[in-house]
Design a protein around this ligand. Sequence first.
Ligand SMILES: Cc1ncc(COP(=O)(O)O)c(C=O)c1O
Length: 349
Amino acid sequence: MAMAVWPAVDPVNLHSDTQTRPTPGMRQAIAEAEVGDEQRGLDPTVNALQERVAELLDHEAALFLPTGTMCNQIGIRLHTRPGDQVVLERFSHPAIAEGGGPAAHSGVMIQAIDGEGGMFTGAQVAEATIRPTADRYSPRPRLLCVEQTTNYGGGRVWPIERLREVLGVARERGMRTHLDGARLMNAVVASGASAAEHASGFDTAWIDFTKGLGAPIGACLAGSEGAIEEAWRYKQMMGGALRQAGIAAAAGLYALDNHVERLAEDHENARVLAEEIAQIEGARIDPADVETNIVIFEVDDAPPVVAELLSRGVEMTVFGEGRIRAVTHLDVDRAGVERALEALREVVC
Ligand SMILES: Cc1ncc(COP(=O)(O)O)c(C=O)c1O
């Protein structure tokens, strides 16, 4: 892939909220972290982070993992057997961005639901999981996965009542449930409902530290004591068990202390971006769809627009022929948003 060549101004990187670099305060926390052998449960900073996340999500226990992808893969593995069906939204991360992991690691089939903004209804779950009585032929729908917020769906926040609705149907069907909380704290800040309220009723739930929270590594999967004990086995099996991981966990703890409330700034920057894009002739967006830090808008031909923006020091992502995604985060301030808008006005007309 061609490397981006930045012009002589500070770049505005709206590619993703994964682009954040650790702040000076976070680097200091990393430097000062107490560490030990994580695989043997002897890293005090990892242990502290796991306890903190278990409490935050109101689950019995939590497990530190290198990535959110591993949280999803272990979650799916924990709740399914080969041949089972995992029910999720068509553009959810495990369905389209984890390298076929659900099939490779767990031998499961994906039963995709066509959502709106990455969300679906209880009726759609019922429809996707209906089976004739005593059916020996169909794969068993065993697990429902929900993404909060929805990444490819545009950073939308599932209302708590809608979560309850889909969880209720899953429970009636005897299914397990897993919450992908890569951006759960964005949902918390946008909705005012606590992380525990969002995670309530799910068998497993996780948060990522490397998105809006600004850490360089790590995520934490939470669940019952039994589920997390079993998750340790899969962590070891998949090569995710670590050694002095406290240097990474320290960044997670720092992020929870310092980078949650400020997500509101990212949401405000995204709102401004969306409202101004709506004024540009040749670009189309409904600003009301932007609830958190992800802005997806339409143009006639996305690739040349994104290439032109890049030559002006603004990075956005082609999200289909006629769609572009821009994500606000810790490393993009209001001046950066204004510069991105200036460039867009020049390029899209
Ligand atoms: C919704 C969602 N789930 C899971 C992941 C995977 O997280 P990680 O990059 O930590 O593996 C991402 C990453 O972008 C994501 O957006």
